[in-house]
Design a binder for this molecule. Structure first.
Ligand code: OXD
Length: 311
């Protein structure tokens, strides 16, 4: 048995990961899905993003699974996942990109940029009424690392900002809500709703007709968490009725988004292809390197995932 590290993702060839890990740890037996995994009995650690179901279970000597996403639903939906520790990346670069994404779409909506683009096309010089920033309330669903960063940055821009999480949290400058009652209260005060929840049994379909009806009329949705949080038919109905002003969607129930999906052409929807936060080897690798060292030294791991809570 050797100590191979397997890069199990179809997104890239993984060679940039090999380089950052080898710079820190020296030469590695680094295998990739694209280059061939060889004898999988050699694999000690799998770095995985959306692995095929059952694949990790076929690595008979695996000791650690590293999620290459901050979300781990792509692993936990595998009912044959091996019973070994799971750690996830903690990636400041990805976190920063996520808040940029939310702020970009929120400001575009808040400052009526799409309406001004239409006026430009019509060569019309016209100032529209504006909503004062102190009256545009932002709500962030999920107050993990990404949600906290996002909420803090919205608050710094002067938006009255609140967040919701499963369990109570106390964050300076952010109004916080939790639990089922807290969710209704958060939604009722969110003119812009940003979703960064983990996808778990409890949060699947959380953005349904009831949730959209609970938002104030004219609210705007930014979903950069998972498509599975959204009931698509309910979102389309809320947009079509005019109750929601628009939505920026980075994640979808089916990815890639099928070519005939109504989101592609909906006048109030902006679609991006799951790019809100890209895993960045430069910023994500230190935690992985630390965990490889710890695993091999028999020390406690960091950034561990609790499969029961799903994050
Ligand atoms: C993640 C993602 O989970 O990119 O990190 O979706």
């Amino acid at each position: 048995m050797s100590n191979a590290i397997a890069y199990v993702s179809r997104d890239t060839d993984g060679l940039h990961w090999k380089k950052v890990l080898e710079d820190a740890l020296g030469p590695l037996d680094f295998r990739t899905l694209k280059g061939g995994l060889g004898n999988t009995d050699d694999i000690e650690i799998a770095m995985a993003w959306k692995p095929d179901r059952g694949l990790l279970a076929s690595f008979r000597n695996i000791r650690l699974i590293v999620s290459l996403g901050m979300g781990v639903d792509h692993l936990l939906t595998d009912d044959r996942l091996p019973d070994v520790p799971i750690v996830r990346i903690m990636d400041d670069g990805l976190v920063g990109q996520m808040s940029e994404y939310a702020i970009f779409w929120a400001l575009r909506h808040h400052r009526d940029i799409d309406k001004y683009a239409e006026l430009q096309r019509a060569r019309t010089w016209k100032a529209l009424d504006f909503v004062d920033t102190i009256h545009r309330r932002v709500g962030v669903l999920g107050l993990g690392v990404i949600g906290q960063d996002t909420a803090r940055k919205f608050a710094a821009l002067g938006f009255p900002t609140a967040g919701w999480s499963r369990t109570a949290k106390d964050l300076p400058g952010i109004e916080t809500f939790h639990g089922q009652d807290g969710l209704a209260a958060l939604l009722a005060r969110s003119d812009i709703l940003v979703n960064v929840l983990p996808l778990t049994r409890d949060t699947k379909g959380i953005l349904d007709a009831g949730a959209f009806a609970a938002l104030p009329k004219g609210a705007y949705l930014v979903n950069m968490a998972r498509g599975g949080h959204v009931v698509d038919a309910d979102l389309l109905a809320a947009l079509d009725s005019g109750h929601l002003a628009g939505a920026a969607l980075d994640v979808f129930n089916t990815e890639p988004l099928p070519a005939d999906h109504p989101y592609w052409t909906h006048p109030r929807v902006h679609v991006t292809p799951h790019i809100a936060g890209a895993t960045n080897p430069r910023t994500a690798s230190p935690g992985i390197i630390e965990n490889i060292r710890r695993l091999r030294a028999g020390q406690p791991l960091i950034n561990t995932v609790d499969p029961k809570t799903g994050y």
